[in-house]
Design a protein around this ligand. Structure first.
Ligand code: ADP
Ligand code: MG
Length: 629
């Protein structure tokens, strides 16, 4: 029978340490959390060789009283829990009373610490768990912890460390999260003698985000603030147009701590659905606050994965908060019109200009002109403008091109305006005569015209807008379909048969009843084909076959998520029913569309995430033309 031995204390400590200290970043995380718990407002972290040979954390927190210093390095020594019930409502960051003990078991640790009411501070050294120095010393209030030679006494653990650079990067990531969750603390990170991060500690999340994520990203962020059903959600999220190709810029904090929560991420991403491009992910820094009893933060040893006892409540709150922020805080993307860098004329006096013009060799100027002409020749000539063949109703008679009551006054004004220039426009707008005049729109929207039969040019306040007619109409129809759900349908006198293939056929047949809610009457005809008896009234009958094929394609790609399948059907319908780029529209139609787009923040992107409109600021034009400097 093997003999049972009780492990010597030092070995037991080493085993325990392994669970807490995996790499330099784990030490940094615990130590910085201690500094935060100590009430520090300035925390400086310095590492060398990724933290493997050297870590120093300096804070201006409460410090540790001389007689408590050795105790702090004992296992289960903590000033943060007094009785077991406290465990349920822990609000401080670390609470296991293990970090210092574990760190000192596997490295050489040195500490300088002083409380405000002590005259002298303490200089303490502990190596491999053995105290080697404890003396009085003159030092500032607060604590400096130095950790050298990690795993010097457990070489086997060294093998699990990655390259210095990647250990250092993990440390940086930890500090970035801490800096983002504590904008009121000024953080500094120094890697191998170089300062790589510095936050101001001014208490503003936007400042911390600026320091951590950089200017480009922080310029695109919108504030979030909403308390919903007891769940408070605050922070910053990006505009849908600034979504990124990866989830690298997503930060979630729960009651002040960095966490990973599938629920919070999913709720946020859901709020971008139909506004952001597929395959792009929102940038966000979100804080969620809920009562501690309703969270289970200890499901993962690194304490970053969280579960909620009421996931749905958290999901709804986050979704609403982010959706609200996007609806109210998003602005249209701007076409930054900036003077070309080499426009020398702009900086010339009139005299210099005349001089230069006279001196330009004529031959050279002609050659230049030729080159320009070549450049300007379009590679693909624009398609000829067309009207819908199958539907001769002028677009303005369609519902979504009619102004609503609040928009009517603007239309009257423009129609009057336009009447002086183009009498045709008024003729094509018979209903404008019955418009009531007592309503006035908040800001006047003026139609300037249209480019390439595709981009409506409109003016509102001090901005000019270029509106993609198709994208705008598509979004308007999509929103309407989502809101109303009931879709009128039109039947075919002679039903049509559509041939589909494999998965697409199966997907179509499986979704027959879902499709019927949106105006489609489709039946399985066997042999990989379906019979179509009716389609939504807003679609052109000629498009029926291609719509069915497209709907089948997208249904086959989607899994079993109902919402996604419905959205996809609605996308297909909206896209097919929307007016195409290149089609001719009247002034009134364009104006109505511009008014709709510019007075509704939910018409920002087409359902695939392309922008509906771009903005050009008057201010920028004036700069360009040199009217202002
Ligand atoms: P825990 O944080 O779980 O209590 P630690 O081993 O991390 O356990 O720390 C032990 C104790 O040492 C803490 O409870 C705290 O009283 C003290 N301490 C550690 N670091 C600091 C610091 N930077 N400033 C003030 N006190 C500290
Ligand atoms: Mg701790």
């Amino acid at each position: 029978m093997p003999k049972i031995n009780v492990l010597p204390k030092s070995i037991a400590e080493l085993i325990a340490a392994g669970e807490v200290v995996e790499r330099p970043a784990s030490i940094v995380k615990e130590a910085v959390e201690n500094s935060i718990d100590a009430g520090a407002t300035h925390i400086t972290i310095e590492i060398q060789r990724g933290g493997i040979t050297y870590i120093r954390i300096t804070d201006n927190g409460c410090g540790i009283a001389n007689e408590d210093v050795p105790k702090a390095f004992l296992r289960h020594a903590t000033s943060k829990i007094e009785k077991a019930v406290d465990l349920d409502s822990i609000s401080t960051l670390g609470f296991r009373g293990e970090a210092l003990a574990a760190t000192s078991a596997v490295s050489r640790v040195e500490m300088f610490t002083k409380t405000a009411d002590e005259d002298f501070g303490t200089h303490y050294k502990i190596e491999g768990g053995e105290e080697v120095l404890n003396e009085e010393v003159g030092c500032p209030d607060g604590t400096t912890l130095i950790v050298r030679d990690l795993f010097y006494n457990t070489p086997a653990r060294m093998k699990f460390l990655k390259k210095d650079v990647s250990e250092g990067t993990t440390v940086s990531a930890i500090i970035e999260r801490q800096a983002l969750s504590h904008p009121e603390i000024a953080f500094k990170l120094i890697r191998d003698g170089k300062q790589t991060l510095s936050t101001s500690g001014d208490g503003k999340l936007a400042s911390a985000v600026y320091s951590v994520l950089g200017r480009e990203i922080s310029n695109t962020l919108i504030p979030v603030e909403l308390t919903f059903d007891g769940v408070k959600v605050t922070g910053l999220v990006c505009k849908p147009v600034s979504c990124r190709a990866s989830r690298a810029y997503q930060f979630t904090f729960l009651n002040g701590r960095y966490v990973q929560s599938g629920t919070i991420t999913a709720a946020t991403e859901q709020a971008y659905k139909n506004s952001a491009m597929v395959g792009k992910f929102p940038v966000f820094v979100l804080g969620v606050e809920i009562p501690f009893e309703t969270v289970d933060v200890n499901v993962h040893p690194a304490k970053t994965q969280v579960r909620f006892s009421d996931e749905k409540r958290v999901f709804t709150a986050v979704y609403n908060a982010v959706k609200n922020a996007i609806l109210s805080g998003d602005t249209r993307p701007e076409i930054a019109v900036a003077p070309p860098k080499n426009n020398t004329f702009l900086h010339m006096t009139a005299e210099q200009y005349r001089q230069t013009a006279v001196n330009l060799p004529i031959q050279e100027a002609k050659q230049q002109q030729k080159k320009e002409e070549v450049k300007q020749k379009p590679i693909n000539p624009a398609p000829e403008p067309v009207r819908l063949k199958s539907d001769n109703t002028p677009f303005f008679l369609r519902d979504e091109f009619k102004p609503n009551v609040n928009e009517k006054k603007a239309v009257v004004d423009i129609v009057k305006d336009k009447a002086e220039e183009t009498p045709d426009a008024v003729q094509s707008a018979p209903e404008s005569q019955t418009v009531e005049k007592e309503y006035s729109p908040k800001e006047e929207i003026k139609l300037i015209g249209e480019a390439f039969n595709t981009y409506i040019v409109a003016q509102k306040s001090d901005n000019i807008y270029l509106i993609d007619k198709h994208a705008a109409h598509e979004r308007i129809l999509f929103n309407k379909l989502k809101e109303n759900h009931v879709v009128e349908s039109q039947s075919f006198l002679v039903p049509i048969t559509v041939k589909l293939i494999g998965d697409e056929y199966t997907a179509m047949v499986n979704n027959v009843s879902l499709l019927s809610e949106y105006g489609f009457e489709v039946e399985d005809f066997g042999n990989e084909s379906v019979v179509v008896r009716a389609i939504p009234a807003m679609l052109s009958k000629e498009d029926a076959e291609s719509i069915i094929v497209e709907a089948a394609e997208s249904l086959a790609q989607k899994g079993n998520v109902d919402l996604e399948r419905i959205d996809d059907i609605l996308h297909t319908v909206a896209c097919k029913a929307a007016i195409k780029a290149g089609y001719i529209t009247s002034d009134l139609e364009r104006l109505n569309l511009a008014i709709k787009v510019l007075s509704d923040n939910n018409i920002m992107y087409c359902p695939h995430g392309r922008p509906v409109a771009f903005e050009i600021k008057k201010y920028n034009l004036e700069k360009y033309f040199g009217r202002i400097q």
